[in-house]
Design a protein. Structure first.
Lengths: 515, 834
């Protein structure tokens, strides 16, 4: 081992190079023992590179005593996670995969109405690379939004008529109109937004949070992902495990997919013919025999195995309770709408996200994946808005009335924007829009985000950003900041580099968004 | 030194260097061991090989360059700028600067100062120096000798040899990836001959399942999968490559040949079906069919993917950094990156879009049959041609007849034929002539029709046979290679970079090619050239990890500056030299390792060992790794007696939770579970869907194979418990084991438990275990007697039929034993190689 000073860069997770939890005051003895046990186990397996380190200690502390970490930095600890006092404890990320057009949703451009079917000036396009889908178009006719924007709330924000429900919580939202990204196609763009990198293999946002802050619940996963049924099956994005994988971080930080239907967590259900008392008896049998092995062999990995069987058992108990909505009052159904009773709908998933937040799940990501409107945009965007508007509003409202919105940040948006010009034929009531990475809109609410504001501006064509550009790296940095984490310090050594969610290019927390 | 004492010492550290000794710093500093890791981690990002981002024009990775900039004065730490800077408290002066977030510990600073005091000597990076084969006393085992030498210097002692049951379990698991049968264990335990162990090794090395076991790690390295990876993640034909890997290990193909066939199997003199299937390696990367994807984007991605693959699998170098900038820690430049990528610019492939069917992969018999069929087609064609004059005459007669006949009969002809016939022969267009000709041959002339039918039949037979043969994507070399440019900052839209030709990394030894244009064959030959200091080390290091759980140099994919100089460098070097000296003989290298005393030690750690060497880097004991994902599945199927012995063939689809693929699109797909024998194949044959790998494999850390992987995680997660408890594969295996316990294990509980333990763990149960298991059995018997329907439901898990119609009591009994079997399959011991 290579001991070094206690002020060594902490989050690189260098195995054994820091003082141990044993050296810290104010940490309960039981936790110290557990930490040492886990440390020994990692060493034993030769997993030094992926060892627990400080983030792991935080995990342990976070799991056992969330408040200890959240509010009271441990005296004597040289630099503890989180790096700052956090505003958010949880996040719910509503990922609108395929990318809703900003022009119909949040980036109001009423003046475009006068430019119907005019050509987008070449100077605006500025020689941009186009996708293979519109590169061969001879004209780039401007398509104004068919949907009007109406002034809403105390802040008087203009909100699209597509979102009559979300309009009611307009004052809670911080709308960002100046996001931009690097990729022009879905695959890399979605990956870059979920993991910070458009190449596979990097941990997703939820995995970084799990790694940095640990769990707040001993019975449910820290990071949960759900995908939603769609109101129509056109423009559907393909998703993959890599969007919620832990990349090079330990697999315990990967999301657990919560599925609709009778088997919400893979392999959670007992085999047929096995009642829950039988299950308990069997797990007891496994654990008894494993304990006997531990006594003979002394390998701490065996103890870890025993505790994982206990965790599996607890999940088998807690997940059915989680997915049993029968105790929800009528007011819930009034709020979320009737579709919330149908497992797998976006409405159901939003309600589930609230239940997960109540139970201390740190990061919930819901995918809704039919926003890729290259054609028939006016019809299809309306279908999607009708499906998702009320549940979105309901989630924000529900979190607020339960006092959860203060420390839960809700994030809404797709992976890039869409073009102001029509893809394919433009008619007064029909058009399509192609991918557009140069600008797009998202909103955040709660969790320490400044409510009621808008950030950033685009030009008259919603094509280029003219004020306060915000790269999605900055979004990542800002999300981590809300959780009390410094994006430059939350790192993990892999392939010789201190890897970070925000990567190696400059990125910054957008302080204007913070409450 | 414990971490705790570091904390206590901390206030004293400022008195450097008086307390250096207490910091555990070696008296004699060694650059590669002590200094390079510090400089690499803390300094090279700005003062290293990357010229574009170098600060103050200072580089510390080359001694002369550092001296020229007066970074330090050898022998005089107090007068050295480096020492002053690392101790400075001034934010503008201190190194590393605060915004780098890098910090040197007091110990690190002491090491650097002592190094300068001792003359600031450099060494070339260890892995770029040729490996040196240590002299070993005659008759001594080299591994044991070199491990013992190292143990003496660190003051440790080796562990005793494991018992025979553990040894055969360990060997069988390590060499063929399965548990031994009780009979094999009994035979080995009874074998008193002195060479019993080496004969066991020979038997297992000759077992065709050895190739399956060895293939798993290689398939990770080259990211073998059944689907393309990106976006639609559609299927592609590559499984014959997997079988080629298995066969290569089984026939003990020399590793240099194994390498050449993969990199350039199409370019080899005497290229065959076999060598071309090996060249599928070049096609295993991720590809896309996404509409609107940019070809240049994916051209750049695929080239980078290939460079990383060479880096991970052969060179042990993290090349990926150099896609955008010169490597920060290793001398691998951006130019090296793109020049290495240029070797693959001739690979024919769509940049975006569906992969082709691939080459028919035929056995010699099939090749002969295809030749026969081809000949039949040629013969039929010849017959058609031979009859041409005769048929032309007949056609002329028919035409004349038609023109002479009544218009009514002409109306029976297709309109374009009768229209053509209405014209005088000289006025007919070429198209008219063709129309008449085709019509006459197909519809009128019985002679012509017969011959044409025979030709069509021959062609159909040939096509049907070829279609029935497996196909595999392979490498074909295009006559004109793609142009490869250095992409500034990796940006594929920037076409201003220099055009590069295939070239080997400049910092590694290589022959003088005298300006000749290089091909993939040159690359392959260079990878396995004796002068290449990396390939043999990288292979030996990985192989060692397979047999001990930890590698000699800690990170198998990185033997560069950010990797680790191996604590036992002479051992790694000896293995690398031995590998090359024996003609890249993989089985021999495996044999050398597993017959060593070091390999045969017990895996239980004493508290002293745990404290002194928690990571088992010194090998004073064996490791205790959990089985890999495939091994977990294979063990359960084997113990249940369900495992199919078939080797190779198309990938299979075992039970998988419903709707697990629901997020796949373009097109949406249903997972169709295989029935029959295909249900019980080994884990390495499971369909590898990159974006949604089978969840049971995923739970046990099988990689998605989107990227080359040199070492898997070995996590311990609740999902693993859920898989072993509830995946129908494991319930069914337990049910099958229970049926054997009941039918073959004797009439009462005690012998049945002995039988069960013997099958699953190859040992007798201990008294305490018997008590636990008996209690469990009795409780389940009671429950299932009271609930016969539950027993029937449990026994219906999986496709396996019940052997006979059972009475209610027999069902309860079988159900209860199924639970005992489930407990066994869930034990830590069951999935651990000890």
């Amino acid at each position: 081992m290579n001991p070094s000073s206690p002020d060594h860069h902490l989050c690189s997770d260098h195995c054994g190079e820091n003082p141990t939890v044993w050296d810290l005051p104010h940490v309960p003895l039981g936790l110290k023992r557990e930490w040492l046990d886990l440390e020994t186990r990692r060493h034993f397996l030769g997993q030094g590179v992926k060892a627990l380190g400080w983030a792991g200690l935080a995990t342990l502390l976070g799991r056992s005593a969330p408040n200890l970490l959240a509010h009271a930095p441990i005296p004597g600890a040289p630099a503890m996670l989180p790096h700052y006092a956090p505003k958010a404890k949880r996040a719910i990320y509503l990922f609108m995969a395929g990318s809703p057009s900003q022009i119909e949703t949040w980036d109001d451009k009423p003046a475009l109405a006068d430019l119907f079917d005019k050509d987008l000036p070449e100077s605006v396009r500025g020689g941009q690379t186009l996708t293979g889908m519109t590169a061969s178009q001879t004209r780039f006719p401007i398509a104004p939004s068919l949907y009007k924007f109406v002034r809403q709330g105390k802040a008087g924000r203009f909100v699209s008529e597509l979102f009559p429900y979300t309009a009611k919580v307009s004052d809670e939202l911080c709308v960002i109109k100046s996001l931009h990204t690097d990729a022009i196609n879905h695959e890399p763009a979605i990956l870059q937004l979920t993991t910070g990198n458009m190449f596979p293999g990097k941990p997703s946002i939820g995995s970084w949070l799990s790694y940095g802050l640990g769990a707040m619940n001993a019975e449910l996963p820290t990071f949960v992902v759900m995908t939603s049924k769609m109101p129509h099956r056109t423009n559907v994005q393909a998703l993959s495990n890599r969007l919620w994988s832990s990349g090079f971080l330990s697999p315990e930080h990967a999301a657990v997919a919560l599925r609709s239907g009778s088997d919400p967590v893979l392999y959670l259900n007992n085999p047929k013919g096995v009642a829950s008392d039988v299950r308990r008896a069997m797990i007891d049998g496994v654990n008894d025999l494993n304990r006997q092995l531990f006594e003979r062999v002394g390998d701490p990995e065996i103890n870890a195995r025993i505790s994982q069987y206990e965790m599996a058992f607890r999940m088998q108990t807690s997940v059915p309770e989680l997915t049993d909505f029968s105790n929800e009052p009528q007011s819930t159904w009034d709020l979320y709408g009737p579709k919330a009773k149908e497992p797998g709908t976006f409405a159901y998933n939003c309600l589930m996200a609230r239940r997960l937040a109540e139970r201390g799940v740190r990061f919930t990501q819901i995918f809704l994946r039919s926003w890729d409107q290259h054609s028939r945009l006016p019809t299809n965007i309306k279908l999607m808005a009708e499906d998702s508007d009320q549940p979105t509003y309901a989630l924000v409202t529900d979190l607020k009335r339960r006092g959860l919105l203060d420390d839960t940040v809700v994030i809404w948006g797709g992976e890039f924007g869409r073009t102001v010009y029509s893809q394919g034929a433009l008619t007064p009531d029909n058009y399509g829009r192609d991918h557009h990475p140069r600008c797009f809109s998202m909103w955040m609410a709660g969790g320490g985000v400044k409510p009621g504001i808008s950030y950033g501006e685009t030009d008259d064509f919603s094509y280029n950003i003219v004020k306060n550009p915000m790269h999605i790296r900055d979004l990542h940095a800002t999300i981590l900041h809300l959780f009390g984490l410094d994006h430059n310090k939350l790192s993990f050594k892999f392939q010789g580099l201190d890897q970070k969610l925000t990567g190696v290019l400059p990125s910054k927390v957008i302080n204007d968004l913070l409450a | 030194m414990s971490c705790r004492s570091v904390v206590l010492l901390f206030p004293l550290l400022s008195f450097w260097p008086a307390f250096g000794a207490e910091l555990g710093i070696s008296a004699q500093i060694e650059f590669n061991r002590d200094v390079r890791p510090l400089l690499a981690d803390n300094c090279f990002a700005c003062h290293g090989p990357d010229a574009a981002n170098r600060k103050a024009k200072l580089r510390l990775d080359v001694r002369e360059a550092a001296l020229a900039k007066e970074a330090f004065s050898p022998g005089k730490p107090a007068e050295s700028e480096l020492v002053v800077r690392i101790h400075s408290q001034d934010k503008d002066e201190m190194m590393p600067p605060p915004d780098s977030l890098k910090k040197l510990s007091a110990r690190d600073k002491a090491v650097l100062a002592r190094w300068i005091a001792q003359g600031a000597e450099y060494q070339n990076h260890w892995a770029y120096e040729p490996p040196v084969k240590a002299a070993i006393p005659a008759g001594a085992n080299a591994i044991d000798t070199l491990v013992a030498r190292r143990l003496i210097t660190v003051g440790m002692k080796p562990s005793p040899e494991a018992d025979r049951r553990t040894l055969i379990r360990r060997l069988t698991s390590d060499l063929i990836g399965l548990p031994p049968t009780p009979a094999e264990v009994a035979a080995f335990m009874a074998d008193a001959t002195p060479d019993a162990y080496s004969r066991l090794v020979d038997r297992l090395l000759a077992d065709p399942r050895y190739g399956e076991r060895m293939a798993v790690g290689w398939l990770d390295l080259v990211r073998f999968a059944d689907t393309i990876g990106y976006h639609s993640d559609n299927p592609r034909n590559v499984w014959p490559y997997r079988d080629w890997v298995i066969q290569s290990f089984n026939t003990n193909k020399r590793f240099d040949r194994f390498t050449l066939e993969q990199i350039a199997g199409d370019l080899l003199p005497g290229a065959s079906v076999e060598t071309r299937v090996g060249s599928a390696f070049n096609r295993l990367l991720l590809s896309t069919e996404e509409g609107g994807a940019q070809p240049k984007d994916y051209e750049a991605r695929m080239m980078a993917d290939r460079v990383r693959a060479i880096g991970t699998a052969w060179l042990g170098q993290t090349t990926g950094c150099a896609q955008c900038h010169d490597h920060k820690f290793d001398p691998f430049t951006t130019r090296d990156f793109y020049s290495l990528g240029a070797f693959f610019a001739d690979v024919k492939e769509p940049l975006v879009g569906r992969r082709e069917e691939g080459m028919p992969v035929t056995t010699p018999e099939q090749t002969a049959r295809i030749a026969e069929l081809r000949e039949a087609v040629a013969a039929a064609r010849k017959n058609v041609a031979a009859l041409a004059t005769h048929i032309d005459g007949a056609q002329a007669a028919w035409e004349a007849n038609q023109q002479a006949s009544t218009s009514a009969s002409k109306n029976d002809l297709p309109r374009e034929v009768s229209a053509a016939l209405k014209k005088v022969a000289t006025k007919r267009t070429a198209k008219d002539q063709q129309t008449v000709k085709v019509y006459f041959r197909a519809q009128v002339s019985s002679v012509a029709r017969g011959e044409l039918d025979r030709l069509a039949e021959a062609e159909r037979a040939q096509q049907a046979f070829v279609d029935g043969v497996p196909h595999c994507l392979v490498t074909e070399s295009a006559a004109v290679a793609r142009t490869v440019r250095v992409l500034p900052r990796g940006n594929w839209m920037d076409e201003t970079g220099e055009i590069v030709k295939p070239a080997l990394p400049a910092y590694l030894p290589q022959p003088d090619f005298a300006g000749r244009a290089l091909t993939r064959l040159d690359l392959g030959l260079w990878l396995v050239a004796r002068e290449n200091p990396l390939t043999a080390r990288v292979f030996a290091n990985r192989l060692w990890k397979q047999f001990f759980g930890t590698a000699l140099s800690r990170v198998p994919s990185d033997l560069g500056a950010q990797g680790e100089p191996p604590p036992n460098g002479p051992l790694l070097d000896w293995l690398a030299c031995e590998f090359m000296d024996t003609g890249w003989d993989v089985k021999q290298l495996v044999r050398v390792i597993v017959t060593s005393t070091t390999y045969r030690q017990v895996s239980t750690a004493t508290p002293t060992q745990l404290a002194a060497d928690p990571d088992n880097r010194e090998y004073a004991r064996q490791g205790r790794p959990r089985f890999e994902a495939e091994g977990v599945r294979d063990a359960a199927l084997a113990v249940g007696g369900l495992l199919s012995p078939q080797i190779g063939g198309p990938s299979v689809k075992p039970y998988q939770p419903d709707r697990y693929w629901e997020n796949l699109n373009f097109p949406p797909r249903d997972y169709v579970v295989d029935r029959g024998d295909a249900q019980y194949r080994r884990g390495l044959y499971v369909w590898w869907q990159r974006s949604f790998l089978h969840p049971s494999l995923l739970a046990f850390d099988a990689p998605s194979r989107e990227e080359c992987v040199a070492e898997r995680n070995r996590s311990n997660l609740p999902q693993q418990a859920l898989v072993l408890l509830n995946d129908p594969t494991y319930v069914e295996a337990a049910r099958a084991l229970a049926a054997r316990i009941v039918s073959e294990g004797g009439g009462s509980t005690a012998p049945r438990l002995t039988f069960a333990w013997d099958r699953a763990l190859q040992r007798a149960p201990r008294a305490e275990e018997v008590r636990t298991a008996t209690g469990l059995l009795d409780e389940h018997l009671r429950l299932y007697r009271a609930d016969p329907e539950a027993a029937s439901a449990l026994l219906a898990t999986g496709d396996l039929p019940l052997p006979v119609v059972l009475s209610a009591e027999a069902r309860a009994e079988l159900a209860a034993w199924t639970h005992v079997a489930r407990v066994l399959l869930n034990l830590h011991e069951f999935i651990t190689r000890e």
